[in-house]
Design a protein around this ligand. Structure first.
Ligand code: GLN
Length: 184
């Protein structure tokens, strides 16, 4: 059972993708949802500043952080990557800070920064990648595996239980990254 953070952003696309692969999924909207039994977590794309505020205002922060730190397999896309990152270059705000990388928000520019690419994802092969006002990763600490590099920039990483990427596999038809996550 996968809990999908559903305070803002494209959580529905994640749920559809997971259910298409036979995985049960539910929306995490309130503190009570975190008492349900689940063994995976998804942090969707959207707007990381809004998500960070809502996670705190809705009282989700402590329980979510302890699940991530406690080793729950976590998939994060785009804004989700920013929520996990220990440091964001162009912002003081840190949400969970459980992923020892530095990200740059809106790294491709705000308006024209949306594009598609085809790239290699370590252990998965070639996948289509949808970037929407995406960040990229400018520094990684020891122990972080680089999973994909796009145009010379790190766009996906894995660190222990956390699989995080700057692009949106949930918006395209290719299921390989989700299958990889469900096997973590
Ligand atoms: N630019 C957004 C942010 O900084 C992320 C965009 C996305 O999730 N597609 O939060």
């Amino acid at each position: 059972m996968t809990g999908v953070l559903a305070v803002q952003g494209d959580f529905i696309e994640h749920i559809k993708m997971l259910e298409g692969l036979g995985e049960k999924a539910f929306e995490i909207r309130s503190e009570a949802d975190l008492d349900k039994s689940f063994d995976r977590l998804v942090l969707p794309g959207g707007e990381s500043t809004v998500q960070t505020r809502l996670i705190r205002d809705l009282g989700l922060f402590d329980k979510l952080k302890s699940k991530i730190s406690g080793g729950m397999p976590t998939l994060a896309t785009c804004a989700g990557l920013i929520l996990l990152a220990k440091k964001t270059e162009n912002s003081d705000s840190v949400c969970f800070g459980t992923l020892p990388v530095t990200v740059k928000r809106n790294a491709y520019g705000r308006q024209l920064g949306s594009f598609r690419a085809l790239g290699d994802f370590k252990g998965v092969g070639q996948v289509p990648m949808e970037f929407i006002r995406a960040p990229y990763i400018t520094a990684v600490s020891d122990g972080v595996s680089v999973m994909s590099v796009t145009d010379g920039n790190i766009t996906a990483v894995k660190y222990k239980n956390q699989l995080a990427m700057a692009f949106h596999p949930e918006l395209l038809c290719d299921t390989k990254i989700f299958e990889y996550f469900l096997n973590m």
